[in-house]
Design a protein around this ligand. Structure first.
Ligand SMILES: Cc1cc2nc3c(=O)[nH]c(=O)nc-3n(C[C@H](O)[C@H](O)[C@H](O)COP(=O)(O)OP(=O)(O)OC[C@H]3O[C@@H](n4cnc5c(N)ncnc54)[C@H](O)[C@@H]3O)c2cc1C
Length: 398
C-alpha cells in the first residue's frame, strides 16, 4: 500500500490550494490529491460567476471577511504573476428603489469597516459608470475583479505537482479507516495510507467527514444557481459587474450581471433546491439524496421558514419571463429575447440542525483529519488563505 503524509480529498480550488500551501511550506511532505472526476474543478469551482469578491458583504471579524480580503489581493497577484486571465472591471451594487437604501448604506459601512474602498453613487454617477443600469443609488467597488477559477485551480495543482505532490483523478474516496498511525483511505484506484486526511469535498464535504468518523451535525444542502447569457450584440449593455442589494436573510447575493474573462456577460444565478448533490438540471434527481435531506430536521425547519422564497425561486427557474424581469430591474432595456441559457452551478450550503443556513467558513479538525465543512462563496476568491490555514493546521501534526 502506498504511504503518504497527507491525502487531500477533492480537487476543487480549496483542495488544490491546500496541496499548494502544503508543498510550498514543506516540499519533503508526500501529498496526494484524490479527485473523483476525470478532471479537476468539475463542480463548484468550474461553475461559478468568476468574481474575485472584495469582502464588502461579510461581517467584520468573520473568517469570510478576513480570508476574502486577503484572498482577493493574493488572487489578483497570483493571476498576474502566472499570466492567467484577470481583469478589474469594478462592481456596482444597485438599489433600484428607496426601500433598498438602508441595506445599501449598511453594506457601505460594512465595506469601510473591512477597509475596502467603497463610493456611494447618485443616479447620474451610476449612469456615467454603467449607462444602461437604473438605480436610485449605488455602491461602487473599484477593486472587484474577474478571473477563471478553473484555470487557477489547474495552476495550483501544477505548481504543487512540480513541488512533489501527486494528483489522482477518476479516484473516488469510498472508505476511511482510522488507526493509531493515521488513516487508510480506500479509493476506487486502490488503498493508500496517510498520517493526515484533509476533506475538501465540497458538495460531499459532510459525507466524507462522516466516512472518516467525524460527528457532523449539519448537512450540505445543494442549491442550484442557473445562468443565462446575454446575446453577443447586447453585451455592451453591461460594462463590469452589476449586483442587486442582497436579501440579508440569505447567504446568496441575488441575480447579478457579470462580465466574464472571455467577454461574455452572464446573468444569474438564482437559488433553487437541487434534487441531487450534483443536480445541474431539474431532471438530475437522486432519491437517496432527497430521502437523506427530508430525514434531516434542519432541512425541514429551513423549508418551513423559507418556503415562500423557495417557491418564488422555483417560479423564476421555470419561467424565463420571471427571470428576465429580475434582470430588467437592474438593466431595464434587457428582455427575455436577449437571454440564452448558459448552464448552472450547484452551491454546497451547510444547513445547521436548527434550520439556519451557515454563513461563515467552517473548518474542523481532529487527531488525523482536517475537514472543510462549509466553503461557500467567496471560497474561490479566498482559496489561497484558506489553503494556508488548512496547511497550518495539518503541519502542526508534523
Ligand atoms: C453558482 C455559483 C456561483 C459562485 N460564484 C462565486 C464567485 O463569483 N466568487 C467566488 O469566490 N466564489 C463563488 N462561488 C463559490 C465557489 O465556487 C466555491 O466556494 C468554491 O469553488 C468551493 O471550492 P471547493 O474546492 O470547496 O469545492 P468544489 O469545487 O465543489 O470541489 C470539491 C471536489 O471534491 C470532489 N469530491 C467530492 N467527493 C469526493 C470523494 N468522495 N472522492 C474524491 N473526490 C471527491 C468533487 O468531485 C469536487 O471536484 C460560487 C459558487 C457557485 C455554485
Amino acid at each position: 500500500m502506498e504511504r503518504y503524509d497527507v491525502v487531500v480529498v477533492g480537487g476543487g480550488i480549496v483542495g488544490a490550494a491546500t496541496a499548494l500551501a502544503l508543498t510550498s511550506a514543506r516540499p519533503e511532505l508526500r501529498v496526494l490529491v484524490v479527485e473523483k472526476e476525470a478532471e479537476l474543478a468539475r463542480h463548484q469551482t468550474g461553475h461559478n460567476s468568476g468574481v474575485i469578491h472584495t469582502g464588502v458583504y461579510y461581517p467584520p471579524g468573520s473568517a469570510k471577511a478576513r480570508f476574502a480580503i486577503e484572498g482577493a489581493r493574493r488572487m489578483v497577484e497570483f493571476c498576474r504573476e502566472q499570466g492567467l486571465p484577470i481583469q478589474v472591471p469594478g462592481k456596482v451594487i444597485v438599489a433600484t428603489e428607496a426601500g433598498e437604501l438602508p441595506g445599501l448604506f449598511r453594506l457601505a459601512e460594512r465595506g469601510r469597516a473591512n477597509g475596502i474602498e467603497v463610493a456611494v453613487l447618485g443616479p447620474e454617477e451610476l449612469h456615467e459608470r454603467e449607462p444602461h443600469v437604473a438605480g436610485v443609488r449605488a455602491l461602487h467597488l473599484p477593486a472587484a475583479a474577474i478571473c477563471d477559477f478553473a484555470a487557477v485551480t489547474r495552476r495550483y495543482a501544477e505548481l504543487a505537482q512540480r513541488a512533489g505532490a501527486q494528483v489522482w483523478t477518476s479516484a473516488e474516496v469510498v472508505s476511511v479507516r482510522i488507526d493509531s498511525a493515521g488513516v487508510v483511505v480506500g479509493t476506487t484506484r486502490g488503498e493508500v495510507e496517510a498520517r493526515v486526511l484533509v476533506g475538501c469535498a465540497g458538495l460531499h464535504g459532510d459525507q466524507v467527514a462522516r466516512l472518516a468518523g467525524h460527528p457532523v451535525g449539519h448537512r450540505i444542502v445543494p442549491f442550484r444557481g442557473e445562468y443565462y447569457e446575454l446575446l453577443p450584440e447586447r453585451r455592451d449593455l453591461v460594462r463590469g459587474l452589476v449586483y442587486p442589494v442582497p436579501d440579508p436573510r440569505f447567504p446568496f447575493l441575488g441575480v447579478h450581471l457579470t462580465r466574464m474573462v472571455d467577454g461574455s456577460v452572464h446573468a444569474g444565478p438564482n437559488a433553487v433546491l437541487a434534487l441531487r448533490r450534483e443536480g445541474y438540471r431539474w431532471r438530475d434527481a437522486s432519491l437517496t439524496d432527497l430521502r437523506e435531506l427530508v430525514a434531516f430536521p434542519g432541512f425541514r425547519r429551513m423549508a418551513r421558514r423559507h418556503w415562500s422564497m423557495g417557491a418564488r425561486e422555483v417560479w423564476r427557474s421555470a419561467s424565463k419571463a420571471a427571470f428576465a424581469r429580475s434582470v430588467a430591474r437592474l438593466v431595464p432595456e434587457l428582455a427575455g429575447r436577449d437571454l440564452v441559457p448558459a448552464g448552472s452551478g450547484v452551491r454546497a450550503q451547510a444547513v445547521l440542525p436548527d434550520g439556519t443556513l451557515a454563513d461563515d467558513f467552517l473548518i474542523t479538525e481532529e487527531e488525523h483529519a482536517v475537514h472543510v465543512l462549509n466553503a461557500p462563496s467567496p471560497a474561490a476568491t479566498a482559496s489561497l488563505p484558506i489553503g494556508a490555514e488548512i496547511a497550518r493546521r495539518v503541519l502542526d501534526r508534523f
